[in-house]
Design a protein around this ligand. Structure first.
Ligand SMILES: Cc1ncc(C[n+]2csc(CCOP(=O)(O)OP(=O)(O)O)c2C)c(N)n1
Ligand SMILES: [Mg+2]
Length: 319
């Protein structure tokens, strides 16, 4: 519990620091995690970083510290616009942020199916938003996952909004978990403000996946507590009363209350953890801003082996 809480408060701090870098003109557009900490960190802690893979959307990378320091370091690099930021090196089993909605879901299912065929240990977890479930890729990939018994956990982060589109106009379905019926796979609805509940749902799904019982669709219900991105003004469309009610279920406050109840929390302990997260983030920012940049690096990381045309283009560009 303490390590989940530590990563949750760290993720919010990292996210706020990247947001501030954008305001200072030192980083590009980014999407804050506020409200999704319990989903991301709870899920990450139910996985095995030595064998499992995570495919994020674009909001989750600050919460995946458990998968290795490369994840945050590369996310900061990505946020400041360095081409190497789009590549997370081993051993971290995390894919880079994905802006093109739901395209990470077929990637996740393909990876999981490949792992199954190769007899590899572990599973794949993919995050997508409520809005992203309206993409064809989501349906195609979940259908394949069911047919192929792929060891994949599909986590729909229902934060109430897809930019300014509220969930109630996103679908006529009662909820997103029930879409699992169409794929013939288990669907689970979990309170996404409760990190322990998310942890348990993902741990169950993982047990099934690694036992060969196939995929699970998990809907984690939470509320977006910040703007969609640095480019958004939610005061123009988020009802104030709805937001205020959601703040009562701020996942960090929920977890803090539970830890207090169990005698696991003091103010001093939390302040110490925050100071460590702050220092850790400072190191990531200093390293990212000092990372040498040659324009030719724009051509890296597109293909494992660059095509002859890319090689020619890079040479011409560098000349
Ligand atoms: C294929 C595609 N269509 C549209 C967009 C523009 N767009 C970016 S974020 C977003 C909303 C996504 O909402 P959701 O999936 O709920 O994720 P959230 O931002 O709430 O985490 C949209 C429509 C995009 N990035 N990609
Ligand atoms: Mg959303």
């Amino acid at each position: 519990m303490t390590s989940i809480f530590t990563d949750m408060i760290g993720s919010r701090l990292f996210s706020q620091r990247v947001f501030n870098l954008q305001r200072q003109g030192r980083a590009g557009t980014n999407a804050p995690i506020d409200g999704s900490e319990a989903v991301v960190v709870g899920a990450a802690h139910a996985l095995d970083p030595a064998h499992d893979w995570v495919l994020p959307q674009y909001r989750e990378l600050v919460g995946l510290e458990r998968f290795g320091p490369e994840v945050l370091d590369r996310y900061v690099l990505y946020s400041i616009g360095h081409p190497d930021g789009g590549h997370i090196p081993p051993p971290a089993r995390v894919w880079p942020p994905q802006i093109s909605l739901a395209t990470q879901v077929p990637h996740a299912v393909g990876l999981a199916w490949g792992m199954k065929r190769a007899g590899a240990t572990g599973c794949v977890l993919v995050f997508l938003g409520d809005g992203s479930t309206s993409e064809g890729d989501f349906y195609e990939a979940c259908n394949f996952a069911g047919v192929l018994d792929a060891p994949v956990i599909v986590v729909v982060v229902n934060n109430g909004w897809a930019i300014s589109t509220p969930t109630r106009t996103q679908t006529r379905a009662k909820n997103f978990a029930e879409k699992s019926h169409a794929f013939g796979i288990p669907g689970v609805n979990v309170d996404g403000t409760d990190a322990v509940a998310v942890y348990e749902a993902v741990a169950d799904a993982r047990s099934r996946a690694v036992a060969g019982a196939g995929p699970t669709l998990i809907e984690a219900v939470t509320y977006r507590l910040g703007p969609h991105t640095t480019a958004d003004d939610p005061t123009r469309y988020v009802p104030t009363d709805e937001l205020e009610a959601a703040k009562e279920r701020d996942p960090i406050a929920v977890m803090r209350t539970e830890m207090q109840r169990r005698g696991l929390w003091t103010q001093e302990w939390e302040e110490q953890r925050l100071a460590e997260a702050d220092a850790r983030m400072e190191r990531a920012v200093v390293a990212a801003e000092a990372a040498p940049l040659s324009p030719g690096e724009l051509f890296n990381h597109v293909y494992d082996e660059p095509t002859p045309r890319l090689v020619r283009q890079r040479e011409a560009f560098e000349r």
